[in-house]
Design a protein around this ligand. Sequence first.
Ligand code: PEP
Length: 254
Amino acid sequence: MRKKIVAGNWKMNKNFEEGMALVTEIVGMLNDEYQGSAEVVLIPPFTHLNAVSRMVAESKWVKSGAQNCSNHASGAYTGEVSAAMIQSVGAQYVIVGHSERRQYFNEHNDWLARKVDAVLTNQLIAIYCCGETLEEREAGKHFEVLKEQITQGLFHLTQEQMSNIVIAYEPVWAIGTGKTASTQQAQEVHAFIRNLVKEKYNDTVANELTIQYGGSVKPENAAELFASPDIDGALVGGAALQSRSFVDIVKAMP
Ligand code: PEP
């Protein structure tokens, strides 16, 4: 059985005090209300990561993660944070290649492949994001774009390294827009991704790969998405900023 993961990406939201309150609420509500099997990952801004990691350290299934990391190991890279630093505060996950990083910070697949390497070298799990723009979908190019993102960002890895990769399919047109991909659209792409991985590696690697969906996931649409055979969780943005909506999304995962 592959791991189901619901992750909340806070992006550049919440001051420190607000962030601490959000974690306390989420952990408390999950303890009281959730009996399912999903792993929950809280992904705050860097300034909060040490504290959040400590707050969830005792929890068996709530983990913490970073939104980004440097592709360098250490040195004169002002403003950067290394994967080793992330690992040293107890976080376990790192998002690599979120569409906002691709779009606003010009992060390309070859650059992201080096970030993936940095994450894996430090025994962390990479949540590698991929997804097409509206233009690309309308031009019928989405499978081509996804194939390129995944091939260039991940397919240099060994079979063993692939076990520390999570892929998040996040159609850019669905992020923060309120437009969710239909369950059929998401399932179709997830099955395509799993098949790509099977062709490159084998059945075992493909079947064990967690593929999250991201893009305006809400309590109202989570259960339907999670019922699809190839959708193994969610990467949640806006709805992860409120304990009630985030916990209700987690609860939609049996
Ligand atoms: C995201 O940024 O990863 C995301 C999916 O955002 P939202 O849920 O707000 O669409």
